[in-house]
Design a protein around this ligand. Structure first.
Ligand SMILES: C[S@@+](CC[C@H](N)C(=O)[O-])C[C@H]1O[C@@H](n2cnc3c(N)ncnc32)[C@H](O)[C@@H]1O
Length: 375
């Protein structure tokens, strides 16, 4: 097997991505570039990609297309508005699956705000950590806010540096998490979403992976929920789980009540992907911080918060690393999230999950950071 074949098969088995002539040529170039940068032969680089999760994630970041835009396909947002306004007043989740650089989940949050519904929130997921970091940053250039009317810009953005920041009131409605649509069960990350936007993701998947992904999405949805795909997505047969419907003129799929779906669908063979786990990321972050590699520390702690958004120590360490990196604003945000994770914790987290802190000590350390030492 050539190194190009191996990389192609890793991308397919671990992320669902199919090989096409154009993407193959690009992949070949990327492999060559990365190997040259690392100063090693291409086959040595690909075997590192195979065995080291960070190297695979890095390649995935470069291979996937994260481009998006605000209110992409406006007809779907008009349909969403009708669905949201007509829904009962219980808590509802809207899932942006394959959220790209974040314009999609923030558009969804703006749409919820416009519909006057505080009882909905958005969960934004992606397989690419770079896409999640961009989403988290919520900062866009002039050309990236192209799809937003001047009224929406005025209401939801603040001009900053060379572009715009999404306002905290909208950011607060969006929870960000890592999720691989080709492999991972979503039930713990997005339990029972009422509406799913999974647009312009399946177009990159192989047919089998695409069908398994649809099955996986169906498995977390209640009957009656709606799924929106992109125009270029070709999901294969949907009628086992969904009925094709039109909502306010927009084409989408409604979850049927028949055909329950097994909760774990089409997991690839065991051992296909080396695990990217929380303790591993925390250790990587601690080591990097100790050796002064603050960039790596920030990346590792941030990835840890995406893998499990409920672990206070991961946010706390992220905040500390960001402080060292001189980003006081983002550090404060991370300490705030650490506080929130402490409050939301069910109290069962034992001290081993707190990086050597007791719950009380960690709570005081967070309060100290948030009050600038006035605590
Ligand atoms: C073109 S963007 C779409 C963004 C947004 N949904 C939209 O339509 O504007 C495609 C996104 O799908 C993500 N993606 C690709 N494979 C994925 C997978 N296996 N699981 C989750 N996300 C994936 C990519 O990282 C990328 O951010």
């Amino acid at each position: 097997m050539t190194s190009l074949d191996l990389a192609t098969s890793l991308l397919r088995s671990r992320a669902g991505l199919k090989a096409e002539p154009a993407s193959q040529a690009r992949l070949k170039r990327l492999l060559q570039e990365s190997a040259t940068l690392a100063g090693i032969p291409v086959d040595a680089y690909v075997s590192i990609v195979d065995t080291q999760p960070a190297a695979f994630d890095d390649l995935l970041d470069r291979v996937t297309v994260q481009h998006s835009s605000f209110f992409r396909d406006p007809a779907q947002f008009i349909a969403l508005d009708g669905l949201v306004r007509g829904a009962n007043h219980l808590e509802h989740v809207l899932w942006s699956a394959g959220c790209g650089n974040g314009q999609e989940p923030y558009s969804l949050a703006m749409a919820l705000d416009e519909a006057g519904r505080d009882d909905w929130h958005v969960v934004a997921t992606d397989v690419s950590f770079r896409a999640l970091a961009r989403t988290e940053k919520a900062h866009y250039s002039e050309s990236e806010v192209h799809g937003l009317s001047s009224e929406r810009r005025r209401r939801y953005l603040t001009a900053s540096r060379d572009g715009y920041d999404v306002n905290p009131s909208i950011r607060r409605k969006v929870r960000i998490a890592h999720h691989n649509l080709a492999i991972d069960d979503a039930s713990s990350i997005v339990p029972r979403p009422a509406v799913v936007f999974c647009r312009n993701v399946l177009m990159y998947f192989g047919r089998e992976e695409s069908m398994a992904c649809i099955q996986r999405i169906a498995s977390v949805m209640d009957p009656g929920g709606h799924l929106f795909l992109g125009h270029s997505d070709s999901p294969g047969p949907m009628n086992r789980y969904f009925a094709e419907v039109r909502v306010a003129g927009a084409h989408c799929y409604q979850r049927l009540s028949a055909a329950p779906v097994a909760s774990v669908v089409g997991k690839p063979a065991a051992g296909m992907r080396p695990p990217r786990d929380l303790p591993g990321l925390m250790t990587e972050g601690d080591r990097a911080a100790a050796s002064g590699d603050i960039r790596t520390a920030v990346r590792a702690f941030r990835q840890a918060t995406y893998l499990d958004p409920n672990v206070a120590i991961a946010y706390f360490q992220l905040g500390a690393a960001l402080e060292l990196a001189g980003d006081a604003r983002e550090a404060r945000r991370a300490f705030g999230a650490a506080g929130l994770a402490m409050v939301n914790g069910d109290g069962t987290e034992d001290d081993s999950g707190l990086g050597g802190y007791t719950r009380r000590d960690l709570a005081s350390a967070i309060a100290y950071k948030l009050t600038g030492g006035q605590h």
